[in-house]
Structures are given as structure tokens and as C-alpha cells.
Design a protein around this ligand. Structure first.
Ligand code: AMP
Ligand code: ZN
Length: 437
């Protein structure tokens, strides 16, 4: 265990499997007991014949039906509250990229427990009170802003609530305050490298950056490497979702080999989304999460729609909390083209490995008469764009061939000028499907 990456909460982080299981059993019982005070769960338990007083733990959890996003949309959020609304001090909501936003309420204790979790993640990766942390995530209802803000303040780092966007200002803040760590959407981090270039600032030499927390959207290992390379930082994958409070659910340790799910606070299951049965150990499926750190609005067996798998074996960092692989995407991100299932991540993996590919891309799906067409717009680097036309043609051909071998469909590939594709300050929009228009 490298000394510089210490434990924020050794008593919890160093628990072995047996101790973790015992803790989970106890906290699950408490959670189910609390749930029984909410209108939603008391009626669900009655319907399913579940007696909270006799609920023993992990085995019994399997008897509780999965909670779907639709359940959270169909019922008012107050139905899930175990305490009066007056006990709630904060509300957050999902970004609503896939429909109506979901609302989550928090008590003061819930906010504290969440801040502890985020602090644990940041400390694990080396953030200390001497650091200057610039939070480039949207503040407001989105959890990425306040979630990390509270975590960093708990550690005692100087925290800059920069918020999202305002790119030139972000660079100026980094220079002015000597920012050492940032929290940023990965697609935006890559875009920001262009802004650095325009401003004539070299992030590797002229900033003090050493850590980047990247999360909130699926991204490939190649995207991570590009960020690390461009900024001269270690970039750590951060996973979370509003329904489970936000960031702080699973996080990479210094080994950068999968994300530890904090099992003292969450029970993670991975299921086959079509059969709803658990997948065999180590196989890919949909992540299902139960939170045990939230008292005001606990949720049981929530179907995240995120695809991942458990990584086998122990992590060399010494933490016994199980690890999940990088999220491949959401089940609803997948699109079908010419009968083939494709995840945007597969396209990204191919693109970002190639020299000459710039910092943004967009997949467009169109219907040409009866035929579906897939078009991939790819920003190239300035050098390629200004170079001769042969360079462009050969890159275009190369991308097309590599995409065909990865996804088994031959897309049209269009190379475009750096900075010409729409850039989001929040989660990137990777696919535009116009087939239904
Ligand atoms: P929201 O609750 O609106 O912030 O969205 C949460 C969703 O963002 C998750 O369910 C994932 O689909 C996605 N997400 C968050 N963090 C990551 C990550 N590190 N990698 C991939 N997807 C992520
Ligand atoms: Zn580890």
C-alpha cells in the first residue's frame, strides 16, 4: 500500500469480506426498517408479504422487487420519504437525459454521509488539505457540483466552485489559484485542451495540476489516457448517480484498475437485463444498487441501466470493497443499425486510439429511404486539418476500416474541422438518431 495514498476511514476501508458482509447485513436491516415507514415501501412490503421485523439481510433482499426508474417517475417523491418533509434539507434531481427528471430528498445526516463518501474517494487518490480543488461541474440540481464540493471541503482542500463552462475563465482560475486537482466531465476535459492551445498555455508546464476526477458519463480508457497525457495528471474514474445520492458510489483507487464500490454503504448486484437473474460471477450485466447510507429516502434494488461487471480478485491497494469495470454505457445508449447492436463507447475506443483524431465526435443515424445509414463525424487535429488532402483521405479510410472491424457495419466517415462539432458543458451527446423524423 503506497503511503501517500492513505485511508480516509481505515476502519471501514480495511474491512475484509466477512466483516463487510456482517456490516451490510446490519445496515440492510436498519434500511429496510426505515423503508417500512415510507408510503411506497410499506405498501410494497404488504403486497409482497415482507415483514421488516423478520428481514434478516442479503438473502432476503432478493425477495424485494427491483425498483425501476419508471417507479420513481410514476410516484411522487414524497411517497419514498421515511421522515416528514420538514426533516429534509436538500433536493437534487437527475439530468433527465432519458426523460422526466427524478427527484431525491436528503436529510442533514444524508448529506453528511454522502460528503464522507466523496471525501473518502478523493483522499484515497491523494487529495489533501494542501490541495487546490477546482470543481468544473455544474452546481445546482446536478449532483456533481455540490457532491464533490462538500467532499473536498471535508478534507480541507481549498475549493473553487467554478461550475461548468466558461472555458477561458477555467484556465485563468487554474493559473491564478494554482489549482492542483479538478473535477470535470471527460468530454469537456478533452475539449478544454483546445482552449489551452488557443490561449497559448501549456497545461503540463504552466499549471500545477496533478489530479483529475472524471465521471458522469461513459468514457473509454483511451479518453482517460489522452486527458492524463495532455494535462500531466492522474485521471480517476468516478461513478455515481442521483438516485444513489450522486458521486461517491464507486471510485478508482491509485491502482486505476476498476472502481471500488463502497460496500459499507451500497449493495451492488449485477443482473441480466432480459431475465433479471444474477449473471454468473464476473460476467457483464446491469448494475443494481441498494443504498444504506440514506435515511430520508432510501431506495432498494434500483436498476441503474448501467452495464458493467465485477472484477475478480483482490485489489493490490488492500481495500476489500469489490470493484466494477468501467461502465460500458447505459442499456438505453445502445442503438441498432443494420441489425447490429452498437454502443457509442465502441466507436470512441476506435477513434481515440488513432493519431490525427481530435477531441470530439458525433454519431448520426439517418434513414435514407428504407435503408439506415450511420454517419460518424470526427474532428481531426489542427495539423491534419491544415495538412494535405492525402493525409485526410488516409485517416478517413483508416477510421472506416477500423470501425467496420469493431462494429461490423461500415459507417460513412466525415472528417471535420477542430472545434466545429457542438460541445456540451454537461454530459456529451454522442448520438443523434434522426431515423424517426
Ligand atoms: P445523473 O444522476 O443524472 O448524474 O446520471 C447518472 C448516470 O451517469 C449514471 O447512471 C451513468 O449512466 C452515468 N455515469 C455517471 N458516472 C459515470 C462514469 N464514471 N462512467 C460512466 N457513466 C457514468
Ligand atoms: Zn484498490
Amino acid at each position: 500500500m503506497p503511503q501517500e495514498h492513505g485511508y480516509w476511514d481505515p476502519a471501514v476501508e480495511r474491512l475484509d469480506r466477512e466483516e463487510l458482509t456482517r456490516l451490510q447485513e446490519r445496515r440492510l436491516r436498519e434500511t429496510v426498517e426505515a423503508c417500512s415507514r415510507s408510503p411506497y415501501y410499506s405498501s410494497l412490503f404488504r403486497r409482497e408479504g415482507i415483514d421488516p421485523a423478520r428481514f434478516r439481510g442479503l438473502e432476503d433482499l432478493r425477495r424485494i422487487p427491483f425498483l425501476e426508474k419508471q417507479d420513481l417517475r410514476d410516484n411522487p417523491p414524497t411517497y419514498f420519504l421515511t421522515l416528514p418533509l420538514d426533516d429534509m434539507i436538500r433536493v437534487h434531481s437527475t439530468s433527465g437525459t432519458t426523460g422526466q427528471a427524478v427527484v431525491i430528498f436528503h436529510t442533514r445526516e444524508d448529506i453528511e454521509a454522502w460528503a464522507e463518501l466523496v471525501a473518502r474517494c478523493m483522499y484515497m487518490t491523494g487529495l489533501r488539505r494542501s490541495d487546490v480543488f477546482q470543481n468544473m461541474m455544474g452546481y445546482g440540481l446536478f449532483t456533481g457540483g455540490l457532491g464533490f464540493h462538500y467532499g473536498a471541503e471535508r478534507i480541507g482542500a481549498l475549493t473553487i466552485p467554478a461550475g461548468a463552462g466558461n472555458s477561458r475563465r477555467q484556465v485563468q482560475l487554474m493559473l491564478e489559484f494554482g489549482t492542483t486537482a479538478v473535477h470535470v466531465i471527460p468530454s469537456y476535459a478533452l475539449y478544454l485542451t483546445e482552449v489551452f492551445k488557443e490561449m497559448g498555455v501549456d497545461p503540463r508546464r504552466q499549471t500545477r495540476l496533478r489530479i483529475a476526477y472524471i465521471g458522469a458519463e461513459p468514457h473509454s480508457e483511451d479518453l482517460r489516457r489522452r486527458i492524463e497525457e495532455a494535462y500531466g495528471v492522474k485521471a480517476y474514474n468516478s461513478y455515481g448517480l442521483t438516485e444513489m445520492s450522486g458521486p461517491g458510489v464507486a471510485f478508482e483507487c491509485p491502482e486505476q484498475e476498476g472502481m471500488h464500490v463502497w460496500e459499507d454503504s451500497f449493495v451492488a448486484e449485477i443482473i441480466d437485463p432480459s431475465t433479471l437473474e444474477p449473471v454468473p460471477e464476473g460476467e457483464e450485466g446491469e448494475l443494481v444498487l441498494t443504498c444504506m447510507h440514506r435515511r430520508g429516502m432510501p431506495l432498494l434494488r434500483y436498476r441503474t441501466r448501467d452495464l458493467t461487471r465485477f472484477l475478480p480478485g483482490e485489489c493490490p491497494c488492500g481495500r476489500g470493497h469489490r470493484r466494477i469495470a468501467r461502465i460500458k454505457g447505459r442499456t438505453d445508449d445502445m442503438f441498432i443499425i443494420k441489425g447490429v447492436n452498437v454502443f457509442p463507447m465502441q466507436v470512441e475506443q476506435v477513434l481515440l486510439r488513432l493519431l490525427g483524431v481530435g477531441s470530439n465526435y458525433l454519431i448520426q443515424l439517418e434513414r435514407d429511404g428504407v435503408r439506415d445509414e450511420m454517419r460518424v463525424l470526427v474532428e481531426v487535429t489542427g495539423e491534419i486539418w491544415q495538412g494535405d488532402v492525402r493525409g485526410l483521405r488516409s485517416l478517413q479510410k483508416r477510421i472506416q476500416e477500423e470501425l467496420r472491424s469493431e462494429i461490423l457495419v461500415t459507417p460513412q466517415v466525415e472528417l471535420v474541422e477542430p472545434g466545429s462539432l457542438p460541445q456540451s458543458e454537461g454530459k456529451a451527446v454522442r448520438v443523434v438518431d434522426r431515423r424517426g423524423d
